[in-house]
Design a protein around this ligand. Structure first.
Ligand SMILES: [Zn+2]
Length: 296
């Protein structure tokens, strides 16, 4: 690996930083060697963090000439994301910690995707997460991996998580963001909706966070085998999205992945409503005409 701090120049946003890194390291291997990258960029130690309420931390100086990352012990994918997130704080000079020289991040910070307007702390957490996702799943490599599987399928989300060394939910977020189809992934825990990720073209999901997974969802089927994604099945679209009465209802397919610990992902795929054909419209109009004119 050849990257050094000089290569990053004045890049300040997550996207600009990752772009520079990928220019210098076009042949990054997968899983991305994040610890080696840290060492090249001024993080000389990665230590275990023993504090229940925090997931990760960074100790550094005001000039950011060097730093130590702290990461909670646990699964490797989670730890890799924490390390990449803290590297993001380290490389973004405008990220000012709450206490001088010391960032401490909770697990809710590591999941944060949006920030309240004007909340600088939330904004920097969102940026560190964007940096971590882009760095661990570089878009050109992700695109290549996804091109092999055009049909939306949770098997592919699991394969991406395994190959890129990231958590299933991190892979799910990127999958939904980059997949060309209209899809969403609902993350459930113990029967309740925890988080929803959807592509830009997928309508808003009507189940609020914290509400139970709809009773008629495939999720509640008794035929699931743990750790194996189910087959896909059509469901009533109004379980998940608002269906206008006077429009044709879209078709939604569900696929469910259930873990023994109660974590689940539900993939929703929305099929576009087929355009009414000219023939159908002509027939409907002639029926309406006959109805109103009293003819048979
Ligand atoms: Zn953070």
């Amino acid at each position: 690996m050849a990257i050094s701090r000089i290569d990053l120049g004045g890049a300040g946003s997550p996207e600009a930083l990752v772009k520079r890194i990928l220019q210098v390291e076009p042949n990054l291997s997968v899983p991305v060697p994040i610890q080696e990258m840290c060492a090249r960029l001024g993080i000389f130690r990665i230590e275990d963090l023993d504090a229940d309420e925090f997931e990760g931390g960074l100790v550094t100086n005001a000039k950011r000439s060097e730093g130590t990352i702290l990461a909670k012990r646990g699964g490797e994918p989670r730890r890799r994301f924490t390390i990449a997130h803290e590297l993001g704080h380290f490389l973004m000079a405008h990220h000012i910690p709450d206490q001088p020289g010391r960032f401490l991040c909770k697990s809710s910070d590591l999941r944060r995707l949006t920030a309240k307007e004007g909340d600088q702390r939330q904004r920097r957490e969102v940026e560190a997460n964007r940096f971590a996702s882009l760095m661990l799943m570089p878009p050109h490599l992700l695109r290549g991996a996804m091109a092999a599987f055009p049909e939306p399928d949770l098997h592919h989300v699991l394969a991406l998580a395994r190959d890129f060394g990231v958590g299933k939910e991190t892979a799910a977020r990127a999958y939904v963001q980059y997949h060309p189809e209209r899809i969403a992934i609902v993350v459930a825990g113990n029967g309740r909706v925890q988080r929803c990720y959807r592509s830009l073209s997928f309508p808003a999901i009507i189940c609020a966070v914290g509400s139970p997974v709809p009773v008629h969802s495939l999720y509640h089927s008794s035929s699931h085998r743990p750790d194996i994604p189910s087959d896909r099945a059509a469901c009533s679209p109004d379980l998940w999205v608002d269906v206008k009465r006077d429009l044709r209802a879209p078709v939604i397919y569900e696929q469910v992945y259930l873990q023994l610990n109660g974590f689940a992902m539900i993939l929703l795929r929305l099929e576009p409503v087929p355009e009414e054909s000219a023939e159908e419209r002509r027939l409907e109009e002639s029926w309406r005409y006959r109805f109103h004119s009293g003819r048979r």
